[in-house]
Structure formats: structure tokens, C-alpha cells
Design a protein around this ligand. Structure first.
Ligand code: HEC
Ligand code: HEC
Ligand code: HEC
Ligand code: HEC
Length: 172
């Protein structure tokens, strides 16, 4: 036999062993669901496990819409169209919690709704940071500049909501 074949046989043999071992070790329901081979590899049986284990906490604007239809329309027409109500109104600070309707008792809602009027809320998304993209893709207007402010320069010492109408992203 030509000596050049020997390493080839070794490699093919190793590959066969690896594939056999893999067949026994990897669960049969481990797959790239929906044919997305980049991000979808998981054990399909796991989905049920996580669904039973975790209750969804954020309900999205559809939930708020039952009672706040006017606000939904206002925000849908503003620069904050893509930002969920819960992104700004779920509160961890006990002083800022408080919703007139008891959403926990009446709807089994798990989060605390309230209002944060501090600069901190807006800075979370609007602060100029070196690694933040300078543009974003708007649903209707294509690529737009993502206008960032430098909180140290942009009207320091005043609350953003003293000037800005947050739901319209206009001015008061
Ligand atoms: C069952 C009806 C109902 C649902 C559902 C509901 N709200 Fe309300 N909410 C009210 C009522 C009534 C008020 C008092 C009147 C007003 O401000 O519109 C209120 C007031 C508020 C206030 C003002 C609180 C304050 O301190 O003045 C915020 C903020 C708020 N809701 C946010 C939300 C968000 C966000 C959701 C969705 C996660 C939501 N609400 C879901 C009925 C509801
Ligand atoms: C980008 C952050 C942000 C988003 C998104 C947002 N809010 Fe607000 N909301 C605020 C702030 C800040 C205030 C206090 C405004 C002020 O005092 O000028 C407020 C005030 C309110 C109030 C009470 C005062 C008022 O204007 O009537 C209600 C009710 C409310 N929001 C509901 C909602 C609902 C419902 C949504 C989703 C459609 C929503 N908000 C989306 C930040 C936000
Ligand atoms: C969860 C992230 C988030 C929070 C919190 C947030 N914003 Fe925004 N805001 C956005 C996004 C995304 C846009 C759309 C991008 C844009 O227009 O630059 C936007 C747009 C805006 C615009 C319009 C900018 C323009 O160029 O037309 C203003 C004004 C604004 N926000 C003010 C505020 C104020 C004031 C607060 C705090 C009360 C706040 N935002 C909180 C994400 C956020
Ligand atoms: C004293 C009133 C005032 C306060 C307080 C204020 N702003 Fe502004 N903001 C303005 C004015 C006026 C403009 C438009 C002119 C400009 O770009 O400076 C503006 C513009 C913006 C824009 C759009 C930038 C652009 O290039 O179009 C964003 C986003 C913004 N402000 C966010 C904030 C945030 C976040 C805070 C709080 C940290 C804040 N503002 C505090 C008055 C204010």
C-alpha cells in the first residue's frame, strides 16, 4: 500500500469513531429547529421545560392597551414607537412604584408599574457612548441618525421631562 494512504485511513477511522460516539451522546431531539443553523441549535424538549418553569413577566403594550389606548396611539406616532411601555414604566425603586389599578390582584401581573421622572431613566438609552451605533434602522424611515446627547452638556441639573414630552418625543 502506498504510505500516503495510511494517515488518510487513520483520519477516516477517527471520524467514524467520533460520529458513532456522537450518536450515543447527543439527544435525538437536539436540532437546528426552523432550519436556522446559526442560532437555533437546542434540545426541542427543553422548550416545554422552560415554559413550565418560568412565567412570562412582561406582557407588552397589548396588555396596557386595554385601558391606555390613547397613550398607545400617541407613542406609536412618536420617536419612541419601538420602545415598550414596560421599558420605562416597570419600577424597582419602591418610591416610584404605584399604579391606581391593582394589576397584580386583578390580572396576575407580576411587575410593579410606576413613573420615573429622573434623568437616569432617559440616560439609559440616550447617553452618548463611544461604542454606541450612530445610526439605526427605522421601521418606516430607513436608516436614521440615533441622536445621542452628552448628559454632562445637555441641560445638566434639569429633568429631561421638564422640557421633553416623552410620549410624543416633542416638547412641552
Ligand atoms: C385595567 C386597566 C389598566 C391596565 C391593564 C393598565 N392600566 Fe395603567 N392606569 C389605569 C388607570 C385607570 C389609571 C389612572 C388614570 C390614568 O392615569 O389614566 C392608570 C394610570 C397609569 C399610570 C400613571 C400612574 C400615576 O402614578 O399617575 C401609568 C404610568 C400607567 N397607568 C401605566 C400602565 C402600563 C405601562 C400598563 C401596562 C403594563 C398599564 N398601565 C396597564 C388602568 C390600567
Ligand atoms: C421612553 C419612556 C416612556 C415610554 C416608552 C412610555 N412612557 Fe409613559 N411616561 C414616561 C414618563 C417619564 C412619564 C412622566 C411624564 C411627565 O411627567 O412629563 C410618563 C407618564 C405616563 C402616564 C401618566 C401621566 C400621563 O401622561 O398621563 C401614563 C398613564 C403613562 N405614562 C402610560 C404609558 C403607556 C401606556 C405607555 C406605552 C404606550 C407609555 N407610557 C410609554 C415614560 C415613558
Ligand atoms: C428604552 C430606551 C429609551 C428610553 C428609556 C428613552 N428613550 Fe428616547 N428614544 C429611544 C429610541 C430608540 C428613540 C428613537 C431613536 C431616535 O429618534 O434617535 C428615541 C427617541 C427620542 C427622542 C426623539 C429624538 C429625535 O431625534 O427626534 C427624544 C426627544 C427622546 N427619545 C427623549 C427621551 C426622554 C426625555 C426620555 C426619558 C424620559 C427617553 N427618551 C427615554 C429610546 C429610549
Ligand atoms: C431645558 C430644556 C431641556 C432639558 C432639561 C433637556 N433637553 Fe433635550 N433638548 C432640548 C432642546 C431645546 C433640544 C433641541 C435642540 C438641541 O438639539 O439642543 C433637545 C434635543 C434633544 C434630543 C434630540 C437631539 C437631536 O440632535 O435632535 C434628545 C434625544 C434629547 N434632547 C434628550 C434629552 C435627555 C435624555 C435629557 C435629560 C438627560 C434632556 N434632553 C434634557 C431641551 C432640553
Amino acid at each position: 500500500m502506498n504510505h500516503a494512504w495510511r494517515p488518510l485511513i487513520l483520519i477516516v477511522g477517527l471520524a467514524a469513531v467520533l460520529l458513532t460516539v456522537r450518536m450515543f451522546l447527543v439527544p435525538s431531539d437536539f436540532m437546528a429547529k426552523n432550519g436556522d443553523y446559526k442560532y437555533q441549535w437546542h434540545r426541542v424538549g427543553n422548550e416545554k421545560f422552560w415554559r413550565d418553569e418560568f412565567t412570562v413577566k412582561h406582557k407588552g403594550r397589548e396588555f396596557c392597551k386595554q385601558c391606555h389606548e390613547d397613550k398607545i396611539e400617541l407613542v406609536a406616532d412618536s420617536g419612541h414607537a419601538r420602545v415598550q411601555c414596560e421599558n420605562c414604566h416597570v419600577m424597582f425603586n419602591p418610591e416610584k412604584k404605584g399604579h391606581p389599578v391593582d394589576l397584580k390582584a386583578d390580572f396576575g401581573y407580576l411587575l410593579d408599574i410606576g413613573i420615573d421622572r429622573s434623568r437616569e431613566l432617559c440616560k439609559r438609552c440616550h447617553s452618548k457612548l463611544p461604542y454606541r451605533p450612530k445610526e439605526f434602522t427605522s421601521l418606516t424611515k430607513g436608516i436614521k441618525p440615533f441622536n445621542m446627547i452628552d448628559p454632562q452638556e445637555h441641560n445638566p441639573g434639569e429633568e429631561c421631562v421638564d422640557c421633553h414630552d416623552v410620549h410624543r418625543t416633542g416638547f412641552k
